[in-house]
Design a protein around this ligand. Structure first.
Ligand code: NAD
Ligand code: DAU
Length: 334
């Protein structure tokens, strides 16, 4: 089996590449990534020279390149995206370009190459915002995206479904809740908080800190995608969640506790514009049909994550200093 993984130099994509190559000794992976600020080849240094892994630096919006790469594989697993809500609020051009146009280029390439199998990684944010008493999002929840990021992901989901209905493209879609774990870029709440505290800085909480997210350890997201790409029903959508709803304040206090810091290390700052109040996922379809459920509890996952950031200071310090951007130049360019 040959997979084209897009966005494999990012957080979840790099975890997924490690997961698949370890689990399936006969699988090959080509990783297509343009290396935006979020793409970091230091996530994949252990795979250099591995004959089952190759890296292509390129943009998913490049229709010709994508068509050529898709012709050489059996399946596309599409992670590449602009993924950070705060950045989409500041400037959403790249979100529309990558998330919508890039997904379109991949769908066209899959269609032109005898309808290749296509799995699209999406987010629970396409469903909008819940009140504290609403039932969790499920596959039946209507779309109601509220940030430029989630609107662009919703657009990409609609395109994927349109290619299934119009052209019979064999697609599946997964909508997942908030991930955390190794290789998470330190702009997102959990890795930013951990690395700030290690550096003697504060955790910054937006607004009242009472927004709720449903946290999932990244390896559990990888195992869910594994189940869907191998056993999912073509044309179907699967919601993936962690059964771990926490307010941001609860997350912050747990990180403080695990790092032995006090609440003076929290600073409340201005709220995010249009900040979604609560996300929660009902993953009973995935559990019932494919037998998947999360295996790592929140405290266990957070301990592993904190340990990883302690053991890999060089990784995140290279990001903070900007040095990680030279990795491609030093290792791939002559
Ligand atoms: P990330 O920002 O860490 O990584 C994105 C990767 O895509 C980077 O390596 C980047 O270089 C690459 N990329 C961006 N634009 C590209 C382009 N035009 N062409 C080629 N490569 C490009 O993102 P992540 O957190 O790993 O998220 C991966 C996917 O999972 C995204 O589709 C995101 O919407 C989805 N998702 C993320 C979460 C989460 O909690 N992080 C939860 C649910 C769904
Ligand atoms: O729900 C899935 C989504 O989770 C993914 O689709 C996105 O790609 C991913 O970035 C994530 O989006 P969030 O906006 O939920 O994640 P973030 O880590 O940016 O923020 C989590 C919560 O913490 C959110 O309520 C905003 C808040 N926050 C965030 C940061 C960075 C803070 O209070 N302070 C912070 O410094």
């Amino acid at each position: 089996m040959k997979l084209l993984v897009t966005g494999g130099a990012g957080f979840i994509g790099s975890n997924f590449i490690h997961y698949i190559l370890k689990k399936y000794p006969d699988y090959e992976i080509a990783n297509l990534d343009v290396l935006t600020y979020a793409g970091n080849l230091e996530n994949l240094t252990d795979l250099e020279g591995n004959p089952r892994y190759s890296f292509v630096k390129g943009n998913i919006t490049d229709y010709d390149l994508v068509e050529k790469l898709v012709s050489k594989v059996d399946m596309i697993v599409h992670f590449a995206a602009e993924s950070h809500v705060d950045r989409s609020i500041l400037d959403s051009r790249d979100f529309v370009g990558t998330n919508i146009v890039g997904t379109h280029a991949l769908l066209e390439a899959a269609k032109k190459n005898d309808n290749k199998r296509f799995h699209h990684i999406s987010t629970d944010e396409v469903f909008g915002s819940l009140s504290l008493t609403d039932p969790a999002f499920s596959e039946k929840t209507p779309y109601d995206p509220r940030s430029p990021y989630s609107a662009s992901k919703a657009g990409s989901d609609h395109l994927v479904r349109a290619y299934f209905h119009t052209y019979g493209l064999p697609v599946t879609i997964s909508n997942c809740s908030n991930n955390y774990g190794p290789y998470h870029f330190p702009e997102k709440l959990i890795p930013l908080s951990i690395t700030n505290l290690i550096q003697g800085k504060k955790i910054t909480l937006y607004g009242d800190g009472m927004h709720v997210r449903d946290w999932l350890y990244v390896e559990d997201h990888c195992s869910a995608i594994d189940a869907i790409i191998h056993n999912g029903v073509i044309g179907d959508t699967y919601c993936i969640g962690g059964n771990t709803e926490k307010t941001n304040k609860e997350v912050a206090y747990k990180i403080l506790e695990l790092l032995g810091k006090g609440e003076e290390s929290i600073e409340f700052i201005d709220d995010r514009r249009g900040h979604d109040r609560r996300y929660a996922i009902d993953f009973s379809k995935l559990k019932g049909e494919l037998g998947w459920e999360p295996s790592v509890g929140f405290e266990e996952g957070l301990l592993k994550t904190i340990q990883w950031y302690k053991d890999n200071e060089k990784w995140w310090k290279n990001i903070v200093s900007g040095e990680y951007r030279d990795y491609y130049k030093n290792h791939y360019e002559n």
